[in-house]
Design a protein around this ligand. Structure first.
Ligand code: ADP
Ligand code: MG
Length: 645
């Protein structure tokens, strides 16, 4: 019989005043400890969460009139004693009777623990599981040899109880001495966990998990300077006094009603969350209570093209207890770039990742957030288009990312996704299609969108396009190659081409045939001369009838090939890695109607002919930013010689 199965048999545990729990495994805590090894610090989160629960329960009982005693100061206090090697968590919550300790601490925990061991023997993310099985309290044994409970229940006539357990399955319970309602948990820290007997360490854990708990958490004291009368010149005097150090903000912004909040409040809260960040662009206050409960604030940060740095900026809370900043399964992937907080008691935070992914609530939350974000953007676009446009460079990245990765988001975002042309004008996709319809429709009725990834480098091509009154879009972020693919598939009869992917005359094929002034024989000759001059198989030469005033030679990389490369460079592109070793292939278009073609044919000797051809080819390369190294040096040398001739 497996160990787990043996444990299962003992689910029902007999309890006595001083008792032993009959579990076949002598001591389950070593097993729990092993599972939880990497994250010992959460013991504090669990114990404080219990103390907060107990406090909120007594408050509720009081407001319901079920408890008529004085509520008093309902703070949770955390303290430690380095000499005695103890950490204590003390609350004035509802307390427990001896019976309740046995019921809630012993029984549930042990049955929870056996189930836990059985289910998650091999789980890697056991730390997420603790609470689910009522093991929260027992996480104390990760760091303590002995754990003690001193408690007095709020119930009339209740007697104080003291429980102590050394982490084996034995416990001792006796009459306690506590006079005030509430519970104190004392941990006798084990020798491997001395790190926790440290002010900064504890403060750090509190900052991480307890910052927004709904009950005040006191940890030690701090100095505060206060006015202390006047000095002899009548100026106010200051003195330093000790005050309680309250580490949390009990009513964080997301718990308040949006109607009571101003922009400053949201900006201030953002600063509280991310002290060193630039102001966010805008935000969404989330607030649902059906079919799941969720509140939160999502901020849109200034993103630019920085994919990596931004992740893990959304914090997940469950009733104001910090759970994690890995929100991967709760927030749609494309929204991971957002910042802020989400608080939901309906997210099953204490279970494994794989469970999260299939959880119905999580899916609903996911699509709710997507919907809200789309709504907010749509609203901004409609109501404040100008300001929306000014933010586009920042938000464009994740709108595009969302459109690519989520069909549902695409359907909404297609109405407020923008493209910007080289003149800095913004258009929606539909607006852009109409904008270029008259002049940029090819012979097959395709609308041809032209774009530039680098307006400085592709200037020659942009001007050539502008001369034909073609419009050029700027697509210069790393996500654009994916975005272009995406919208090209979605938009009907639309082709999207980089402005330098072909000679301007051929970018938009309008079926206007031009006459070539060269004879067929001359054309072949010119092609041969260029082939020899270039001497590189990756450059395919063609002599074309272009306008005499167009460039004599143009070097272009076909759209399809370049896009593959771009997508590869930004990662993904879904299985296009087979193009990994693809060499750069270029088309060289020689303008047969330019006077240079005739001049080359007329010049004497092959050397001279090829010299001209090479010079013209290198000029074209130069205008594309492709001429480097030895070729560039050679080109400059030759140009200088020509100047001297
Ligand atoms: P969970 O909090 O998930 O129920 P725990 O193991 O953390 O599991 O706690 C078990 C139970 O012990 C709690 O549900 C509560 O009834 C009781 N308990 C723990 N700590 C306190 C406390 N500080 N005050 C009152 N009751 C407590
Ligand atoms: Mg708990």
């Amino acid at each position: 019989m497996s160990e787990a199965a043996q444990i299962k048999k003992t689910d029902r545990i007999a309890m006595q005043e001083k008792g032993t729990i009959s579990i076949h495994t002598e001591n389950i805590f070593p097993i729990i400890k092993k599972f939880l090894y990497s994250d010992h610090e959460i013991f504090l989160r669990e114990l404080i969460a219990n103390a907060v629960d107990a406090t909120q329960k007594i408050r509720r009982l009081s407001s319901l009139g079920e408890y008529s005693g004085e509520l008093g100061e309902t703070r949770v206090e955390v303290s430690f004693d380095e000499k005695k090697k103890t950490i204590t968590i003390s609350d004035s919550g509802l307390g427990m009777t001896a019976e309740e300790i046995k019921k809630y601490i012993n029984q549930i925990a042990f049955s929870g623990a056996t189930e836990f061991v059985e289910k998650f023997k091999d789980a890697e993310d056991a730390k997420d599981i603790i609470g689910k099985f009522g093991l929260g309290f027992y996480s104390a044994f990760m760091v303590a040899d002995n754990v003690e409970i001193d408690t007095l229940s709020y119930q009339e006539g209740a007697e104080a109880a003291n429980w102590i357990c050394d982490g084996s399955t034995e416990f001792e319970i006796k009459e306690g001495t506590r006079k005030e309602r509430g519970t104190t948990i004392t941990l006798h820290i084990n020798k491997d966990s001395k790190e926790f007997l440290n002010q900064q360490r504890i403060q750090g854990i509190l900052d991480k998990y307890a910052k927004f708990l709904p009950v005040e958490i006191k940890f030690g004291e701090k100095d505060e300077s206060v006015e202390d009368g006047e000095d002899k010149d009548g100026k106010p005097k200051q003195k330093t006094i000790k005050v309680d150090n309250i580490i949390n903000n009990t009513s964080p912004l997301w718990t308040k009603s949006p109607t009571d909040l101003k922009d400053e409040d949201y900006l201030a809260f953002y600063k509280e969350l991310y002290p060193f960040s630039e102001d966010p662009l805008f935000w969404i206050h989330l607030n649902v209570d059906y079919p799941f409960e969720l509140t939160g604030i999502l901020y849109f940060p200034k993103i630019k093209n920085d994919f990596e740095v931004q992740k893990n900026k959304i914090q997940l809370y469950s009733r104001q207890v910090f759970i994690t900043d890995e929100v991967k399964d709760v927030v749609p992937e494309f929204l991971m770039m957002l910042h802020g907080v989400i608080d939901s008691p309906d997210i099953p935070l204490n279970v494994s990742r794989s469970y999260l992914q299939s959880d119905g609530n999580v899916k609903k939350i996911n699509s709710y957030i997507t919907k809200k974000v789309a709504e907010k953007l749509g609203q901004l676009f409609k109501k404040e288009r100008e300001s929306y446009e000014s933010k586009w460079d920042d938000i464009g990245l994740f709108v595009k990312y969302g459109m690519i990765s989520e069909e549902k988001f695409y359907d909404k975002a297609k109405d407020f996704a923008l493209v910007k042309n080289t003149e800095g004008k913004y258009f929606t996709l539909d607006e852009y299609t109409s904008h270029i319809a008259t002049n940029q429709t090819d012979k097959d009725e395709n609308k041809v969108w032209l774009y530039s990834t680098d307006v400085a480098q592709q200037d020659a091509f942009i001007s050539a396009a502008n001369d034909k009154a073609y419009d050029v879009i700027v697509f210069d972020s790393p996500i654009d190659s994916h975005f272009i693919n995406n919208i090209e598939q979605k938009l009907e009869k639309t082709q999207i081409k980089r402005v330098d992917s072909e000679n301007v005359d051929k970018l938009i094929d309008k079926d206007e045939t031009k006459e070539l002034v060269l004879s067929d024989e001359e054309k072949e000759k010119v092609k041969g001369i260029f082939d020899n001059a270039i001497g590189d198989q990756n450059f395919t030469v063609a002599v074309e009838p272009l306008a005499p005033e167009d460039a004599p030679v143009t070097v272009t990389m076909p759209e399809f090939m370049r896009r593959m490369k771009d997508m590869q460079a930004t990662g993904g592109g879904g299985g296009f890695n087979m193009f990994g070793s693809m060499p750069d292939n270029y088309n060289v278009t020689v303008n047969g109607n330019h006077k240079l073609a005739a001049k080359i044919l007329k010049s004497r000797g092959d050397d001279r002919k090829e010299g001209f051809a090479k010079q013209a080819f290198h000029l074209a390369m130069l205008s594309q930013g492709l001429l480097t190294g030895k070729d560039l040096t050679e080109f400059i040398k030759r140009s200088t010689e020509i100047l001297g001739e």
